[in-house]
Each structure stands twice: as C-alpha cells, then as structure tokens.
Design a protein around this ligand. Structure first.
Ligand SMILES: [Zn+2]
Ligand SMILES: [Zn+2]
Length: 277
C-alpha cells in the first residue's frame, strides 16, 4: 500500500514559498495520505520567518482539513521554538490554536544567564547563511564553540522535559553551519552532548524526526539526526519519522534516501514509510 506522509511542512503563513492549498494539492497529486502542517510559531519580536497571523493559519488548515476529507488526512501542527526567558511553555499556543501535534525545535539561543528581549539577544543557528552563525557565535559566546554547542543541547533538553513535543525537530542542527570547521561530529565532547539528548528522547518516549532539508538545500551532507547518531539511537529503539521540512511543494518529495538508509541499518521503529508498507 502506498503510504506517503509528511509532518514537517511550512507555507507562506511563515517562511514557506507556497500557500497551504498549493501544498495540499501537490501532496494529493503525489499520493500522500497524510499531510501535517507545522508553521514556525509566532515570536514576540520582528523577524522574517515566523507566523504573524496565527488565527488565520489555524483556521485555514482546519478548513482545508474539512474540504479534503476522504482525499488526504490533514493535521494542524506547529513548529515551536523553545527559547529560555522568552518562549518556555508551549501550552498557550497549543490551546489557542487547538493544535493536533507539535514539533519542538531550537533555532535561537540566548547567551548564558541573559533573558532575551528580542532577536538581537539570540544566536540564530539556522537560516541560509553560515556567516550569521559565525557572527552570532562570536557575539553571544565569544567564539567559544563548546559553550555554544553545550547551550544548544541543554536548551533542547530543557524543552523536551518541560514540553514533551510530539516530534523532536532536527535535534543536531547545530552541526549544519559548523561545516566541519569548529568541531568534528565524532569528537567525544560533542558526541556525549548529542547522545545525552537522544537518551532523553528515549526516556521521555518521544518521536524523533529524521529531517532531510540540509541535504537537498546543499547545506549539510547528513540528515538531522546524523547517520552516526541514528546508528546509536537503534539501541533505544527511538521511533523515527522522516520529515522533509518542506518550504515549497517540490520539497515534499525530498526524502533523500532516508528510508533506504534506515532500512540499510535495520532501524527498528520507523513510523511512516514511502512507497512501501
Ligand atoms: Zn526548524
Ligand atoms: Zn521547519
């Protein structure tokens, strides 16, 4: 049976390139049975990527869900940023939107001990430019990569414990703009931090996504989590869900060999499959 899904999907309500309807129509045309929307959550400062019309987003996803019933199963979700001192509790967004699921992600990191007032107080580890990562690391962590990476993983761990998101979003994205310059992912200090998060995902019984966006955007040669981490995660049988982090219709198809890779290492708990099952 054809069983195509994607739960990590953006639209032009945030930084995506297409309308919700265009994303749905593409998914239907390509045999998807399930499509979950996960726009970037509203943030309390001006920026170029998050949803501003939250009510409009939730209402339109719900309307499409009704309209497309029987053709595709649409879910209302949100990719929520956990930011200490700024956005710590996911509950108000879940309740206000009537969300069916959440993806918990860390993209923005305040310096240690600082309560952030706006985007100027945050290290942006994502986005298209690695220079932004370098500048933020210098500005907020004095160029000390180990402190910055430690803060990233600790912030993520705090998010998992406090909010238990349905899906853990790209849990080692901190490696993307590193581009193997500041550290190598097999260094023991780095691996210990990454595995600590993975073991917490296991303890809390959460789902981890296998995010393919870095590969098809040419920003990172690996999935998030990396192949190396996925091999280690097997021991805990952490359930994984392949997500393309689609920002345009074509992105929905960019699974970049993730299912094949998971099959090749006999990964035990894959929650969705692609042209298989
Ligand atoms: Zn993200
Ligand atoms: Zn995303």
């Amino acid at each position: 049976m054809l069983f195509r899904t994607n739960f990590h999907t953006h639209s032009n309500y945030c930084d995506g390139k297409a309308s919700l309807r265009e994303m749905v129509d593409f998914a239907v045309a390509h045999g998807f049975t399930v499509l979950g929307f996960s726009g970037h959550c509203p943030l309390p400062f001006e920026n170029t990527f998050s949803i501003t019309d939250y009510e409009g987003y939730c209402n339109e996803v719900r309307a499409l869900k009704e309209e497309y019933k029987g053709r595709i199963d649409i879910s209302l979700g949100l990719e929520i940023d956990y930011i200490p001192g700024m956005l710590e509790d996911f509950t108000p967004l879940i309740e206000k939107g009537g969300l069916e699921y959440t993806i918990g992600s860390v993209h923005l990191i305040p310096p240690q001990g600082v309560v952030p007032k706006d985007g100027n107080d945050l290290w942006m580890i994502d986005g298209s430019r690695y220079e932004t990562y370098d500048e933020g690391l210098m500005k907020h962590y004095g160029g000390d990569i180990r402190s910055g990476v430690r803060a990233y993983f600790h912030q993520q761990n705090e998010m998992l414990v406090r909010n238990r998101p349905t899906i853990v979003g790209h849990p080692d994205k901190i490696a993307m703009h590193n581009r193997s310059r500041y550290f190598k992912e097999d260094e023991s200090w780095y691996e210990e931090l990454a595995l600590e998060t993975m073991s917490l995902i296991h303890e809390l019984d959460l789902i981890c996504e296998v995010n393919t966006r870095g590969i098809y955007k040419g920003r990172h040669p690996d999935f998030y989590p990396s192949r190396r981490l996925l091999k280690a995660m097997k021991q805990w049988r952490i359930p994984v869900l392949v997500g393309t982090d689609a920002h345009a219709p074509d992105d929905l198809l960019r699974t970049e060999g993730a299912f094949e890779y998971l099959a090749s290492i006999d990964y035990p708990t894959i929650l969705s499959s692609y042209q298989r099952r």
